[in-house]
Design a protein around this ligand. Structure first.
Ligand SMILES: [Zn+2]
Ligand SMILES: [Zn+2]
Length: 255
């Protein structure tokens, strides 16, 4: 199994998970043109994808999903709540699969476990992927870490982990107070210290890859995220990846 990102942050997100025969995209917050160009960067054509899995209805995740899916005849997987929040756009999709936020399913050889997260959307989920050998956990757009999130991500071989903001930078930023409260609240976004706190609660001994994701361009710095995570793992800071808004990140292989 391997994974890569087309871009990550409040301007748009899309992650590609490749389990050999089965490739899926998680979210698409980019136009079809941009997503296609960035897929090409990874040596992947849209026709090679089996499906798009949606986490929630916010524009940086859902914005490009329906047009990309219609254009390339892809199945879209989403929760009932996400579908309800976005149902107008989902008309005339080639294939719309409603999922239960707690129930695992498979797309060919790829095992998918959705799990609910506290975020200010209708029924947001994140996903853990498996190919029978390795597990990749993806966690962004969550305001807090629940016991269930810890349980699901307890033993992963790779993690894409939200480090949205640094608490002090957010507090000092020019954002209006209400927005600061939203971002920093229990249903907002994960800050560097909370991401580090999750790492402390899981078995990080199996981790082959850790990538900090969904960094705020205003309220975080890659260096701050990386040093918070490296401090928990006791690893070198270079070992931790950072997903960026334009570049995402290149393929990372699990072996
Ligand atoms: Zn987001
Ligand atoms: Zn969101």
């Amino acid at each position: 199994m391997r994974f890569a990102s087309l871009g990550s942050g409040s301007q748009g997100n899309a992650l590609i998970v490749d389990a050999g025969e089965t490739k899926v995209m998680v979210d698409c917050g980019f136009s079809t043109r941009v997503a296609t160009a960035r897929l090409a960067r990874l040596g992947t054509a849209p026709e090679q994808l089996a499906a798009i899995l949606v986490t929630h209805e916010h524009g940086d995740h859902l914005g490009g999903v329906f047009s990309f899916a219609r254009r390339h005849r892809l199945a879209v997987y989403l929760t009932h709540g996400t579908h309800a929040a976005a149902s107008r756009g989902s008309a005339s999709l080639p294939e719309c699969r409603l999922i239960d936020g707690h129930t695992a399913f498979a797309i060919d050889g790829l095992e998918v476990l959705p799990f609910p997260v506290p975020h200010d959307a209708r029924e947001p989920v994140q996903y853990r992927f498996g190919d029978g050998q390795h597990r990749l956990g993806v966690l962004t757009d969550t305001g807090s870490i629940t016991p269930h999130v810890v349980e699901v991500l307890r033993a992963c071989d790779a993690l894409v982990l939200e480090c949205n903001h640094d608490q002090a930078l957010l507090a000092a930023s020019r954002y209006p107070a209400a927005l600061k409260q939203r971002i920093g609240g229990r249903f907002g976004h994960l800050e560097n210290g909370q991401a580090a706190g999750l790492l402390r609660q899981i078995d990080s001994g199996r981790l082959q890859h850790l990538v900090a994701a969904h960094l705020s361009q205003e309220n975080n710095r890659p260096q701050l995220a990386v040093s918070a995570l490296a401090a928990v793992l006791g690893c070198s800071e270079d070992w931790i990846g950072v997903a960026d808004q334009e570049g995402g990140f290149a393929w990372r292989q699990l072996s």
